[in-house]
Ligand binder design. Structure first.
Ligand code: HEC
Ligand code: HEC
Length: 236
């Protein structure tokens, strides 16, 4: 069984950043260089997505080769400085659960803390990530039309009508834990990407367990309204 290695954090702290020019001027962090040296071991930066279940299971971190089409830059830059758990059971649910008295439970000992970057490193890495724009042909710019939904309607759709809650948390500790939490998805993910991904998750990630729910155009919009609302709710 593949497990994330704990050695990474020590690697993350090392090398390159302390370099000083002429004794005083620090070299600005080089985003591409950081990605190659510190991130490529866990993240696919060039594609393609896993084509087999084995490759899906072996994936050590989310694919980042279409980061520029997927994430909001401001979120990436902040998160990299203070990473917080997004997938309660890690990248591959089956690899991080153990039997408990009430059924399967998450084996926290198998989960690791994400390496954190300093502010200038995070900024440089984010800029390099946002250059990665694979999958542009799957995105219709402006596909999302801003609008509103009530929290109760959104939750009813997410839970009762479509069963999304079985796999996703809508607040910390509430909801399924096999998929990423969605209470920060509105802050994390670009709206037009969300529309495209929810329409066809397999177009982005052929082997993902996220089901294609064949959502109508109107429902796609409503789910994105709901993700945005959840993220706003979570703000202090
Ligand atoms: C030891 C493996 C490992 C290393 C090294 C690593 N990551 Fe990650 N990364 C992960 C895992 C696992 C997650 C998913 C975390 C979660 O869901 O809670 C993740 C999540 C992320 C995310 C959030 C994306 C998303 O969709 O959840 C970004 C952005 C990211 N990593 C960037 C980086 C960058 C930049 C570096 C290098 C500085 C890096 N990572 C190094 C394993 C790693
Ligand atoms: C069987 C479990 C399951 C169900 C049901 C499910 N999802 Fe997912 N979902 C996943 C998995 C697994 C992923 C991708 C995990 C990854 O990329 O690490 C995902 C990804 C997502 C993402 C992208 C999150 C990100 O950070 O990349 C969103 C948004 C999402 N799902 C919303 C929904 C909505 C809306 C529904 C209901 C219409 C739904 N999901 C139903 C398992 C599920």
């Amino acid at each position: 069984m593949k497990r994330l290695k704990l050695t990474i954090r020590s690697v993350a702290g090392a090398a390159l950043f302390g370099i000083v020019l002429g004794g005083s001027v620090a070299i600005a962090a080089d985003g591409e260089q950081l990605l190659t040296s510190q991130c490529a071991g866990c993240h696919n930066l060039t594609g393609p997505a896993p084509a087999t279940l084995q490759a899906l299971r072996d994936r050590k971190g989310p694919d980042l080769f279409y980061a520029g089409n997927k994430y909001k830059a401001a979120w990436v830059e902040q998160w990299l400085q203070k990473p917080q758990s997004i997938r309660p059971a890690g990248m591959f649910y089956g690899a991080h659960i153990k039997p408990g008295p009430k059924g399967d439970e998450i084996d926290a000992a198998t989960l690791t803390q994400h390496p954190a970057l300093k502010a200038d490193e995070a900024q440089a890495v984010t800029a390099a990530l946002m250059q990665r724009k694979a999958g542009s042909e799957l995105i219709a710019p402006g596909a999302y039309t801003p609008g509103t939904i009530s929290l109760s309607t959104g939750e009813m759709m997410f839970d009762k009508f479509r069963g999304c809650l079985a796999c996703h948390e809508i607040e910390p500790g509430y909801g399924g834990r096999s998929g990423p939490e969605v209470y920060t998805a509105g802050a994390r993910l670009q709206e037009d990407y969300l529309i495209s991904y929810l329409r066809s998750p397999q177009a982005w990630d052929p082997k993902t367990f996220m089901p294609n729910k064949h959502l109508s155009g109107a429902d796609l919009q409503k789910f994105v309204h709901y993700m945005r609302l959840l993220s706003e709710e979570g703000q202090p």
